[in-house]
Design a protein around this ligand. Structure first.
Ligand code: NAP
Length: 281
């Protein structure tokens, strides 16, 4: 009887490095890419403002999901160089690993004055230091990267609007929330699944807009959170000017894709329900 032959070139699992693995998106990416051989690095493992260590450079990598970033939008106004070191320098360092890379960018590269949804071919014009660093990061990623612009991320961990509202909604009867900024609140679980779809289908590199379907203001989002989490808290609608934050933000930044084969994300309200379910609420 003949012996069965095993293929000498056994396909190995895809080796995926995730930066910013402790952040809200980094965690969701670890779930979405769980079938792969994932190397998840938090800031303590690799401060991306510094070049990668030799051991990182020696390991064979098939994909880099670069989710590490300076995300303190107001803090970037007082320390734009610090923000640039992480966002621009960090992206150049991630790309230097030599593997296909996904860079995460933002609706804050736009000024919000278009009066209609933004598609990939629209010209950027950031209003804030953070937005400028992310635009420079896109340039640092180069034309061989997937540049995924997304917006208003929320998830079950980390610092985000949903978690802040859940806390305030338990403590107060009323919260004042901005009602003159409109965007697409995007659940990190839905974004991570869409990124996996983009990469698995080997869609062309370049800019992709991936944000939740639908749009709303922060005040609308807060009301939906209180409704779905059954919290007795009302929303007082205020203006951006009343809130008085240091960084300017686009008033109307809805991201949509004009590209063939763009993954379609669920509605933000479905993202909200999925996230609350994950939190056991
Ligand atoms: N959050 C949003 O609404 C939003 C919207 C559009 C695009 N994005 C983009 O999406 C990506 C993920 O954002 P996110 O919401 O997941 O942010 P996040 O929760 O703040 O996560 C970012 C992670 O990066 C880490 N980090 C910061 N500086 C670092 C450094 N020098 N070296 C290594 N790691 C560092 C942070 O660590 P520490 O916690 O220790 O600081 C954190 O774990 C970012 O590129 C962001 O610009 C975010």
């Amino acid at each position: 009887m003949e012996h069965e032959h095993t293929d000498p070139v056994r396909a190995r699992r895809r080796r995926v490095l995730i930066t910013g693995a402790g952040g809200q998106l980094g965690r969701a990416l670890q779930v979405a890419f769980a079938d792969d051989d994932v190397v998840a690095l938090g800031r303590a493992d690799w401060d991306v403002a510094f070049p990668p260590s030799n051991s990182l450079l020696q390991g064979e990598l098939d994909l880099v999901l670069h989710a590490a970033a300076w995300t303190d939008v107001d803090g970037a106004e007082t320390d734009p160089q610090g923000a640039a070191a992480v966002n621009v320098g960090g992206t150049a360092n991630a790309v230097s690993l030599g593997a296909p890379t996904v860079l995460f960018s933002t609706d804050y590269v736009f000024d919000g004055r278009k009066g209609a949804p933004y598609v990939e071919s629209d010209g950027p014009s950031p209003l804030s230091a953070y937005g400028r660093t992310k635009l420079h990061a896109e340039a640092a990623a180069g034309s061989d990267a997937w540049i995924v612009r997304t917006s208003w991320l929320f998830g079950p961990t980390g610092h985000n609007f949903l978690r802040t509202m859940l806390r305030l909604g338990e403590e107060r009867d009323e919260v004042a929330v901005v009602d003159d900024q409109r965007g697409c609140p995007t659940y990190v679980g839905h974004l991570a699944a869409a990124v996996r779809e983009l990469v698995d289908a080997d869609r062309p590199r370049g800019i992709w807009h991936l944000a939740a379907d639908g749009d709303c203001t922060w005040a609308d989002f807060a009301e939906a959170i209180f409704e779905d989490a059954a919290l007795e808290c009302s929303v007082r609608r205020i203006t951006t000017e009343e809130l008085g934050r240091p960084a300017l933000r686009p008033a109307h930044a809805i991201l949509r894709s004009e590209r063939d084969g763009a993954p379609v994300l669920p509605h933000w309200r479905d993202g909200l329900r999925a996230c609350l379910a994950e939190l056991g609420r």
